[in-house]
Design a protein around this ligand. Structure first.
Ligand code: PEP
Ligand code: MG
Length: 877
């Protein structure tokens, strides 16, 4: 239903069905929008007929007539697509007003002020939205009128003021368009329908869909609904509420409302709204009804709802309900609470979590060691804590500049008086968002919350000057480019860069992840090269290391950084050496370093398997290419600089990624393999002796043939066995291979005769299967992914597995490999191991584990659980 009626239309229909008070109306489907764009922006003849019939019905139900001089019907014409796109598309209110019907409305309501305020709003919206006249000029006329009448608030303006403004707007309209403002309500209606359709393709809406990865929708629906008025006086109002707190997830009724206000006033954030408690005090009956709607809607939708309502002279109307956006912390809390309340099952709770929800939990907060004095001396303003987390960046005052600066690699905070949907591009790239006006349901807050992005709104002391690109508060001035810090938990704004740290995880996160772990079949390991990363990954739930890239240890001593140079020299000496003996001598210097590294990692992973990959990158990556650096090295290792230059020249390859790398290095220089295997085995024995459990898995990279792997495996065991025997310790270890080349995948049955495990290196396997360079494809690959350009792939195959092609090879390799060796252990250690969709594929093809970078371990755990649920539900991928 949502696909056809859009979220808003479907919500209105559902609310009507369950007996909640909803104003009368009808919805034009998204199919009509699709038709409009597919037929050169024309409506179908069917649509004209249906709108006529439904309008007649609406007139009958309400007993009023559009544009009537006696009893006029007023409607709102609002957009609404299947996926929520807050504020991205258009709305027109009070449609049906003209000279005659405005007078009638004034008479019937006995409220001339209301009637002409409604009329000016309509003329204003119609002029800007349908005709495209500049909003600022219309606003300027409004301000000028208020000045003339010496009124600050809109609510104080008398009827005469609104009458004047309508006249001025109409004159302006004529001067700009050469035509009179339309009096005919039919013309008004079709103009509005067209404008809503057009807003589907407006730049901001297209950008939003791209950023949010919203694809496959037909368009927007159009809701034509009888107007109700929140601005008829003190017994009226309009508001937005959430069935639970969208920031914390707490089960408390949460919302903002304005007395005597209409339409989008709350969302626009122009006036600072009141809390719902105040509504309970002022209009207890309405509040009770709203509470009832809250309970009914949560039960019905089984999720937190975000509702819009209007009160007209003490009568409540619900204008919209939709699943509310929430912070990541709230996402987890609500999911777990709803399971406890019996509203949803554990499986549903797991299904509701998206990879981004997890990622965003790990957003920073202000370091608690920062002293109170520091904070209070730096505090320049406080506002409303709209979205938690903290952010540091350079202040910029326009969305476009935010985008430009971010593109240059700058961290920015977008500062605006208020945001509007036009700003969404700049909001997206900003570290955080700060506005001078608005409440927790303002545009800035709603959009930022959806992204889990730190946001402070309603910081009213800020005097923002777009012209001068600065903001001023209490004599202090922040210029564009100055650092500021936002605290979205407290709603505070600080000068300069305040230190941020990562937050503690909410209890609900641990609970939900435990549920996920309880149902997943796939193991989840991590890619880690240092004891520190290994320990971090354990905290994140890793059950072992799926890839330890040993070459990183050649460059850097992670525990004793001052020793890094010694390691580099040893490896460089080894590379420059021209005979095996000299190489062995150099490698002997490296051995104790590697052994220490492995001891650290085994300890951090106590009891979990650790897959260690032997050297992989081409040797030229380890030696200097510039003459000056070569001279330095020559001096340090006591050889002539020409010797080094010649060696570097020899190592040069046109295609190093397809060259002398991976296990090919160990075929040529078996002494490297020998040193690394010795380091691993000796480290394992030492750990075992001290009571640390170890499960080493020695992995050869870039294998392409059975015999090649046989030679390497023999060499591995020739080193390992005597060391183990001599130690008297019982040590088990595995020897296996990465599958990174199509040939290896195709001949997996033969390779499995030797390999005790496979680990798919899908970075290289994607590169070699697709013939796309990992290093250079970024220059043109975006065109392959962009729907508006070639659109050949849905996602970047280096980020999310190309299931059709690379996936087919993987499936083949697993089946073939297990035919030879039924217990063959299979995993993945390419970047795809932390991508939710790819993880689900790995589950489907019966891998034993996936391996992801430490921060993506929880994403993999969750995706692995979701894969089981989808399998049980029979959900198609
Ligand atoms: C791979 O190719 O997928 C892999 C994990 O190895 P690397 O990225 O180090 O080449
Ligand atoms: Mg690789």
């Amino acid at each position: 239903m949502k696909d056809l009626l859009g979220g808003k239309g479907a919500g209105l229909a559902e609310m009507t069905r369950i007996g909640l008070p909803v104003p009368a109306g009808f919805t034009i489907t998204t199919e009509a929008c699709d038709y409009y764009f597919k037929h050169g922006r024309r409506y179908s003849s069917e649509l004209a007929k249906q709108v006529k019939a439904n309008l007649a019905r609406l007139e009958k139900v309400t007993g009023k007539k559009l544009g009537d001089a006696k009893n006029p019907l007023l409607v709102s014409v609002r957009s609404g697509s299947a996926r929520s796109m807050p504020g991205m598309m258009e709305t027109i209110l009070n449609l049906g007003l003209n000279e005659a019907s405005a007078e009638a409305l004034a008479r019937n309501t006995k409220n001339e002020r209301l009637a002409f305020d409604a009329y000016r709003r309509f003329v204003q919206m119609y002029s800007s939205v349908v005709i495209g006249l500049p909003k600022e000029e219309l606003e300027a006329k409004l301000r000028a009128m208020k000045e003339r009448y010496k009124m600050k608030d809109d609510t104080q303006v008398p009827a005469a003021g609104w009458r004047d403004l309508v006249k001025e707007y109409k004159e302006y309209f004529r001067s700009k368009t050469g035509k009179d403002f339309p009096e005919d309500p039919q013309e008004q209606l079709w103009g509005a329908i067209g404008a809503v359709f057009e807003s589907w393709m407006a730049e901001k809406a297209v950008t939003y869909r791209r950023v949010e990865k919203i694809t496959g929708l037909l368009g927007t629906a159009v809701n034509v609904v009888q107007m109700v008025f929140g601005n008829t006086g003190e017994k009226s109002g309009t508001g937005v509420c959430f069935t639970r707190d969208p920031s914390t997830g707490e089960k408390s009724f949460y919302g903002d409302f304005l007395i005597n206000a209409q339409g989008e006033d709350v969302v626009a954030g122009i006036r600072t709204p009141l809390h719902l408690d105040e509504l309970a005090r002022r209009m207890p009956k309405v509040y009770k009804q709203l509470e009832r709607a809250r309970t009914l809607l949560e039960k019905h939708y089984r999720d937190m709802q975000d509702m819009e309502f209007t009160v007209e002279d003490g009568t409540l109307y619900l204008l919209q309900t939709r699943v509310g956006k929430r912070t990541p912390t709230a996402t987890f809390r609500m999911a777990v609470d709803m399971v406890d309340e019996g509203l949803i099952s554990k499986k549903e709770a797991i299904e509701r979590i998206k990879p981004e929800d997890i990622e965003r939990l790990f957003y920073p907060i202000i370091d608690s060691s920062t002293s109170r004095q520091t904070l209070s001396s730096r505090k320049i303003a406080s506002g409303i804590n709209a979205v938690p987390g903290a952010a540091v960046g350079k202040a910029v005052f326009t969305a476009h500049e935010a985008e430009d600066w971010a593109q240059r690699g700058e961290k920015v905070i977008l500062v605006r008086r208020e945001t509007s949907p036009e700003d969404v591009g700049g909001m997206y790239v900003a570290q955080g968002i700060l506005t001078a006006t608005g409440g927790k349901t303002s545009h800035a807050a709603v959009v930022a919350r959806g992204w889990g992005k730190c946001c402070v709104v309603g910081a009213e002391e800020l005097d923002i000057d777009y012209g001068k690109k600065q903001m001023r508060v209490d004599g202090r001035v922040v210029h564009q480019g100055d650092w500021i810090t936002l605290d979205g938990n407290e709603g505070a704004v600080y000068e300069g860069e305040v230190k941020l740290v990562m937050p503690e995880l909410p209890d609900a996160y641990q609970t939900l992840m435990k549920w996920a772990d309880g149902i997943r079949r796939l193991g989840v390991r991590t890619n880690a090269d240092t004891p520190h990363d290994a320990a971090k990954a354990r905290e994140m739930g890793a059950q072992g290391i799926g890839l330890c890239r040993t070459e990183h240890m050649f460059f850097k001593d992670f525990e004793q950084p001052e020793k890094s140079i010694e390691r580099q020299l040893a490896i460089q000496e080894m590379i420059v050496a021209d005979n095996s003996e000299a190489r062995r001598k150099a490698l002997a210097k490296l051995l104790p370093f590697q052994r220490r590294d492995f001891i650290g990692i085994f300890k951090a992973m106590n009891g979990c398997p650790v897959t260690i990959r032997l050297i992989d990158p081409p040797l030229h990556e380890f030696v200097p290419h510039e003459r000056e650096k070569q001279k330095e090295l020559a001096k340090k290792i006591g050889v002539d600089v020409e010797v080094i230059a010649r060696r570097v020249e020899q190592l040069h390859e046109a295609n190093p990624m397809l060259g002398h790398r991976g296990c090919r290095l160990s075929i040529t220089y078996p002494e490297i393999l020998e040193m690394q295997v010795r380091a691993i085995i000796e480290a394992a024995i030492e750990c075992k002796k001290s009571g640390v459990k170890v499960l080493p898995e020695i992995m050869h990279p870039l294998t392409l043939d059975r015999k090649e792997l046989q030679i390497l495996t023999d060499a591995t065991r020739r080193v390992a066995e005597p060391i183990i025997k001599e130690s008297g310790v019982k040590l088990e270890y595995l020897v296996g291979t990465m599958i990174e080349l199509p040939r290896a995948a195709l001949l997996a049955d033969q390779i499995a005769e030797v390999a005790e495990f496979f680990s798919f290196g899908t970075n290289d396997l994607t590169q070699t299967t697709m013939g796309l360079s990992r290093d250079d494809a970024g220059r043109f690959l975006p065109d392959y992914v962009d729907e508006k350009k070639a659109g050949i792939f849905k996602t970047d195959p280096f980020q999310s597995l190309d299931i059709a092609g690379v996936g087919m090879l993987m499936q083949w390799a697993i089946e073939r490999g297990r035919k030879t060796r039924p217990k063959l252990k299979v995993g993945i250690c390419g970047e795809h191991g932390g991508d939710a969709e790819s993880v689900k594929f790995c589950h489907k093809v019966n891998m034993d584990y996936v391996s992801a970078s430490p921060f993506r371990v929880p994403i993999a755990r969750l995706a692995a659980a979701q894969a089981v649920i989808e399998e049980k539900n029979g959900t198609k991928r």
